[in-house]
Design a binder for this molecule. Structure first.
Ligand code: HEC
Length: 105
């Protein structure tokens, strides 16, 4: 095998390995910061906080943007939402909308 062929083989192996690694979406990464209060994957059990998991994406997105602008009154979410760009708030809404309520135990 020539050096060139070996290099091609090596590169091919590397890209297969990278593709097989679990991919964590940007939304999931951002959502880790919400788990302390909203439960794993936004699935709160018996909490006074409403479940984020499975809420319509538009409703979540509207709430987050309204917290950020102060349109919706809140104790803590206004400060939290202000820490994210509009794109990040939409990623968070998209992430929580597809989580299954009751999946986390
Ligand atoms: C320190 C605790 C805390 C953290 C961390 C937190 N939240 Fe909240 N969240 C709250 C509280 C409390 C409320 C109720 C509104 C308020 O008083 O701020 C709320 C309300 C919400 C609501 C409205 C739910 C509804 O249906 O009315 C959304 C959406 C939300 N949070 C999303 C998030 C996201 C996304 C994150 C992570 C970026 C996050 N929260 C992090 C405490 C928290």
């Amino acid at each position: 095998m020539t050096l060139k062929l070996m290099l091609i083989a090596l590169l091919a192996t590397a890209s297969v390995t990278a593709a097989a690694a679990p991919t964590i979406s940007a939304g999931a990464r951002l959502a880790a910061a919400c788990a302390a209060c909203h439960g794993t994957n936004g699935d709160t059990h018996g909490s006074t906080l409403p479940r984020l998991a499975g809420q319509p994406q538009q409703a979540l997105s509207a709430s987050l943007h309204a917290f950020k602008t102060g349109q919706r009154a809140s104790t803590i979410m206004m400060q939290i939402a202000k820490g994210y760009s509009d794109e990040q708030l939409d990623l968070l809404a998209a992430y929580f909308a597809v989580q299954k309520p009751g999946a986390a135990k």
